[in-house]
Design a protein around this ligand. Structure first.
Ligand SMILES: Cc1cc2nc3c(=O)[nH]c(=O)nc-3n(C[C@H](O)[C@H](O)[C@H](O)COP(=O)(O)OP(=O)(O)OC[C@H]3O[C@@H](n4cnc5c(N)ncnc54)[C@H](O)[C@@H]3O)c2cc1C
Length: 300
């Protein structure tokens, strides 16, 4: 199918984007990589009167080490995040997540900002932002504001970006010496959106968890921080006995969706499987851990 007709504005600056958003209001839509928006237009699921193309805004691209944090521009392509030595060294959970995001053709055009603003509940990068405690910088005609990732993702395809605003950049805290991270997911095929996934960032005190942000995606309508599960693990070292109690604490944290992909009970089971994969990796990164292929198969 073809998209409904629309006007097109090629923005040359952030101010251009903001004045177009001001002028056209909810009739306008920003286009970044177009990997999600173009199919939505072609299936006529979206009908903007104006598309504002931000692809010429070099100031929105790039990955920069700023001392205690890494700045990633909203227009930075997935492929550049995936290949960045700065990301691999300082925010390895994002580097690991990128191996699960779509396929090379999509990664060549898709952008970090597009993924975060789309806020698909099964997407990897929003969950990583919450696990890291990242800050997201949003610009509007009244200036810029910083939104913590916890508050940015508000629901299914819903973010804290208001009408007339755009995402400019993301500020990622660097991993410290005691920081460990891991992510994993269960998907029907590698590169598909997750049926259930999890991203975890922990501060370790030797083998014990000092702090833990375990975030699930594909489970509810937005990334979910498993607070009760983390609280039960703080101060503890990983052990098989600890694993026995995980499912009951996860049941306090998660109210999984029930849909054609997986039942609620199946999602809770997969959340437990993923926790048992990820938490030993955090506790002992060099130890033997079950490989992804060993328990990748999903039956319903
Ligand atoms: C076959 C296929 C498989 C995929 N698999 C996965 C997957 O496994 N995991 C995953 O996470 N994603 C997946 N994706 C989605 C992919 O990552 C998209 O590129 C991404 O979700 C959107 O990024 P984009 O730059 O293409 O955004 P666009 O499609 O251009 O825009 C998406 C939305 O974000 C808004 N937007 C974009 N940039 C900004 C900004 N700076 N400020 C405010 N609003 C903005 C747009 O207006 C639009 O509403 C897949 C896509 C395809 C086609």
């Amino acid at each position: 199918m073809k998209a409904y007709p629309f006007d097109y504005i090629r923005a040359e600056s952030v101010d251009d984007v903001l004045s177009a958003l001001d002028r056209y209001g909810t009739e306008a839509r920003i286009i970044a990589g177009g990997q999600s928006l173009m199919p939505m237009l072609n299936f006529r699921l979206a009908r903007p009167e104006v598309l504002i193309d931000i692809n010429r805004l070099a100031e929105l691209s790039g990955i920069e080490d700023r001392g205690d944090h890494i700045r990633v521009g909203a227009l930075t392509r997935h492929v550049d995040v995936a290949r960045s030595p700065i990301i691999a060294r300082h925010v390895p959970v994002v580097a690991e997540a990128m191996t699960h995001v779509a396929h090379p053709a999509v990664r060549n055009r898709g952008t970090l900002g597009g993924s975060l603003c789309l806020a698909d509940p099964a997407a990897e990068l929003p969950a990583c932002m919450v696990a890291l405690g990242a800050d997201l910088v949003v610009a509007g005609n009244n200036g810029r504001r910083t939104v913590p990732a916890d508050a940015f993702f508000m629901g299914m395809f819903e973010t804290a970006v208001d009408d007339g605003e755009m995402l400019i950049e993301v500020l990622l805290p660097k991993s410290g010496p005691g920081t460990r991270s891991a992510m994993d997911e269960v998907a029907r095929r590698h590169g598909d959106y997750a049926i259930v996934g999890a991203a975890a960032v922990a501060e370790m005190d030797g083998p014990a968890f000092r702090d833990l942000r375990l975030v699930y995606f594909g489970v509810e309508d937005k990334p979910i921080l498993a607070r009760e599960t983390a609280a039960a693990l703080i101060g503890q070292s990983w052990s098989p006995a600890l694993a026995e109690d995980l499912k009951s604490t996860l049941a306090q944290d998660l109210s999984p969706n029930d849909d054609s992909q997986a039942s609620s009970a199946m999602r809770l089971h997969l959340a437990d499987v993923l926790a048992r994969r990820l938490l030993p990796r955090l506790a002992d990164p060099d130890g033997p851990h079950p490989s992804r292929t060993e328990n990748e198969s999903v039956s319903r």
